[in-house]
Design a protein around this ligand. Structure first.
Ligand SMILES: Nc1ncnc2c1ncn2[C@@H]1O[C@H](COP(=O)(O)OP(=O)(O)OP(=O)(O)O)[C@@H](O)[C@H]1O
Length: 265
C-alpha cells in the first residue's frame, strides 16, 4: 500500500463497486487537492453518487483504496469511518432533508449542538452562515414556510456550519429553477472558497460544473476525459488531458464553436 502525495486531501485508486449485481464503478482513480472545487460530471447512472459515497467513507469499495489526508479510509473500521464523516466531512443531498419541527436556524445549528457546542455560539455561527447564504431573514421560519431554494440554502448552511474539511454535494441544485441554481451554486462555492473548504460536487449539468476549478467525467462507472475541440478537422490535433477543465467554463469556447466529446482513459 503506497501512501498518496501530501497535497491531496483525497486520493482514490482503482475503485470497483457493484451494487445489486450492477457495476457502478469500474476502476476509478482520482485525486482532490486541498481547497479545490472539483466537479464530478456524467449522465444519470454513470456512478457519481457511488463515487462520492466511496470518497466520503459511506460505502466501502469492493476493490481499491481511498485516502484522506494520507490516512487510509478503506481499512478503517465502520465506527472510525463514521467519526471521520461526522468530524471532517459535510454532505448535501439533492433534496434538502430538514427537521420539520425545527426553525431554519435550529436546523443549521443542529450539527454544532450535537457536538456539544452551547446554544449561544451555535446560534451565532448559524446566523453567520445564513447571512452568507442570503437566508438571514428566514431564521425563524420552519421548513414548510420556505421555498425550495431557501430550504436548499438552509441545508447548505447546515453542511458548512461545522466548517468541514471536505464538503460533498450530490446534485445540490437539481430541484431548483435555473436562476436559483446559479445563485445557490455561487453562494456555495464562494462560501467554501472563503473558508478553504474543499468541495466535491456531483452534477450532470455543465453550467454547474463550470463553477468548479476542475472537472472529472464518469461514463458507465469509468473515468473519461471531456475535451472541447474547435471543429472536426482539428479534433485529431488536440491532446486529451488527464483532468480536463470544466467543459463550459468561463475560459472555454462557446458551445457553438466546438464539439464536446469524451475519450476513455
Ligand atoms: N442501491 C442500488 N442497487 C442497485 N443498483 C444501484 C443502486 N444504486 C445505484 N445503482 C446503479 O449503479 C449505477 C451508478 O449509480 P449512481 O447513482 O452512482 O449514478 P449517478 O451518476 O449518481 O446517477 P444519478 O445522476 O441518477 O444519481 C447505476 O447503474 C445505478 O442504476
Amino acid at each position: 500500500m503506497v501512501a498518496p502525495p501530501d497535497n491531496n486531501v483525497l486520493w482514490a485508486r482503482a475503485l470497483h463497486v457493484s451494487l445489486g449485481g450492477t457495476p457502478a464503478l469500474t476502476g476509478v482513480s482520482l485525486e482532490v487537492r486541498q481547497g479545490e472545487i472539483l466537479a464530478v460530471t456524467g449522465p444519470r447512472g454513470s456512478g457519481k453518487t457511488t463515487l462520492l459515497q466511496c470518497l466520503s467513507g459511506q460505502l466501502l469499495a469492493d476493490q481499491g483504496e481511498v485516502w484522506f489526508n494520507s490516512v487510509p479510509v478503506h481499512t478503517m473500521s465502520a465506527p472510525v469511518r463514521e467519526r471521520l464523516r461526522r468530524d471532517r466531512f459535510g454532505w448535501i443531498d439533492p433534496e434538502p432533508a430538514l427537521v420539520p419541527e425545527l426553525t431554519a436556524w435550529e436546523n443549521v445549528a443542529l450539527p454544532l449542538m450535537l457536538r456539544g457546542v452551547p446554544h449561544r455560539p451555535a446560534r451565532k455561527a448559524a446566523a453567520e452562515w445564513m447571512e452568507r447564504l442570503d437566508i438571514g431573514a428566514c431564521d425563524r421560519k420552519r421548513p414548510h414556510a420556505l421555498v425550495q431554494a431557501e430550504r436548499q440554502r438552509v441545508a447548505i448552511a447546515r453542511a458548512l456550519v461545522t466548517e468541514p474539511t471536505v464538503l460533498f454535494a450530490d446534485e445540490p441544485t437539481a430541484p431548483l429553477h435555473r436562476a436559483d441554481r446559479a445563485h445557490v451554486l455561487r453562494t456555495l462555492t464562494t462560501a467554501a472558497r472563503s473558508h478553504g473548504v474543499t468541495v466535491v460536487l456531483a452534477t450532470h449539468d455543465a453550467e454547474v460544473a463550470a463553477l468548479a476549478d476542475r472537472a472529472v467525467q464518469l461514463l458507465d462507472g469509468r473515468r473519461v476525459n471531456s475535451v472541447r475541440v474547435p471543429g472536426p478537422s482539428a479534433a485529431a490535433d488536440l491532446p486529451a488531458p488527464t483532468d480536463a477543465p470544466a467543459a463550459a467554463g468561463p475560459q472555454s469556447a462557446p458551445a457553438s464553436e466546438g464539439t464536446a466529446c469524451s475519450l476513455s482513459v
